[in-house]
Design a binder for this molecule. Structure first.
Ligand code: NIG
Ligand code: FE
Length: 431
């Protein structure tokens, strides 16, 4: 296999700009309905082509009808591959120190996520390890995680802070997220999750939670936003994290700065967080196992995306399913993501999440594929540039050497040798 992006051993990152240009006519592709917007109607069963010039998609449609203007461009033979938009992982906590295999063992012995958190483990244990790590160490730890996702076709990824819980450490995480995007040539959206957990120095203090929320709103968020490090703001609204009132305070601070919000909502209980987030025009509400009918209606009205995280559901051995049928009936767009984090979802494969979303949550294959492309892009506010193969957009797409699209959901843990066009450059297997 010709791996143009190279491996990332010892934290060595190849410059993304050294990958070959994808400019040319990409022929013999099989489109996936709903994930392509063609410039001419696609007759059933016909092969399609995508024209890339200047790193952007210029024309998409049946290959018999490619405009003559593109005749002189180089040709890349897709050999009948299924082609999807570049994948979008819309919810990750990719940058952190340490790991939490010990908690995995505690849970196997019967402890719940909440009991582990109360025993001093959980998010706070990752906070200790993240605070101890330098920016360069965090970069070196996150780089191979990112590479694993990229090798599977990811072209855009969200990376949250939330393991620093103090200005300098949240800054460090967000700076690493930005650096990863530049070094790997991938779209990174940063999300400030200062309100992820109460930092240890505030725990047990009377008024500690309110004091820390004030710090998040009045100091941390404005400072990090001024440094250009915050694309969105998130809160963990839960009985073991932040209340509804504290969540709203953070949303107000974000609104004042014109930054969109999203929410870790109704994961362990129905706090009413989704309806609140929808009132603030949230990009997404994520987890949502305990989402109510009112929450669904509010999300539909606001155009908020429901982000499903089967990796966390599986790891925590949750049994309370998110209300998929009701979300579907209401027409709320559903995205699927890894939620990569060291506690509840140490997952590094979006395709495995697709399999789980289908098997555990009963999504259809087309729903799950839209969940890691079109709807995931919308959950990040990237709907105009990612998640759809269409002209006028930067070239992000993936060629899959499979017999049918359902194979992308069907295999368990297989990583197909795909060809990835990311930011107009070719990675993975050369066509
Ligand atoms: O998305 N729910 C809260 N946050 C993470 C878990 C973080 C952790 O346990 O470290 C999540 O599942
Ligand atoms: Fe999360």
């Amino acid at each position: 296999m010709n791996t143009a992006a190279g491996s990332n051993k010892q934290g060595v990152v190849p410059p993304a700009s050294s990958a070959p240009s994808a400019d040319g006519v990409w022929t013999n592709l099989r489109p996936v309905a709903a994930l392509w917007a063609t410039d001419a109607p696609m007759p059933e069963g016909e092969l399609a082509c995508v024209v890339v010039q200047g790193g952007a998609v210029q024309w998409v449609g049946p290959q018999a009808q490619v405009p003559a203007a593109f005749a002189a461009l180089p040709r890349f033979d897709g050999q009948g591959a299924i082609a999807t938009p570049g994948l979008v992982d819309c919810h990750t906590h990719l940058v952190y120190g340490g790991q939490r295999a010990n908690e995995f063992a505690m849970r196997l012995a019967g402890a719940t996520y909440e009991e582990v958190a109360k025993a001093g483990g959980g998010i706070v244990s990752s906070v200790r390890a993240t605070r101890e790590a330098s920016e360069d160490e965090l970069f070196a730890l996150a780089a191979p995680r990112l590479q694993a996702l990229l090798d599977e076709g990811v072209c855009a990824i969200e990376i949250k802070s939330g393991y620093g819980l103090a200005l300098e450490h949240e800054r460090k995480q967000l700076r690493v997220a930005r650096r990863l995007g530049e070094a790997f040539g991938v779209t990174v959206r940063t999300t400030f999750l200062g309100a992820h957990a109460l930092p240890p120095e505030y725990a047990g203090q009377p008024g500690g939670s309110q004091d820390y929320t004030d710090l998040v709103c009045n100091d941390m968020l404005p400072a990090l936003a001024a440094e250009g490090l915050v694309d969105a703001v998130d809160v963990f609204c839960e009985r073991i994290a932040f209340t509804l009132a504290e969540t709203e305070q953070v949303f107000q601070a974000a609104r004042k700065l014109g930054i969109p919000v999203k929410l870790h909502a109704e994961q362990l209980s129905d706090m009413g967080g989704s309806a609140l987030a929808a009132r603030y025009g949230a990009l997404s509400c994520d987890h949502i196992e305990h989402l109510s009918a009112d929450g669904i209606a509010a999300m539909k009205a606001a155009g908020t995306v429901a982000v499903l995280l089967p990796g966390a559901y599986y790891t925590l051995r949750d049994t309370h399913l998110p209300p998929i049928a009701a979300l579907r009936a209401a027409g709320v767009p559903m995205a699927v993501s890894t939620d990569h984090n060291p506690g509840t979802s140490p997952a590094l494969s979006l395709l495995l999440m697709v399999n789980m979303a289908c098997t555990l949550f009963r999504l259809t294959v087309p729903e799950a594929l839209a969940g890691i492309t079109t709807h995931a892009a919308r959950a990040l506010g990237l709907q105009d540039t990612h998640g759809l193969i269409a002209s006028g957009r930067p070239a992000h797409f993936v060629l899959w050497p499979v017999g049918e699209a359902a194979e992308l959901a069907y295999w368990l843990g297989q990583k197909p040798a795909c060809t990835i066009v990311r930011q107009g450059r070719i990675h993975g297997v050369m066509p």
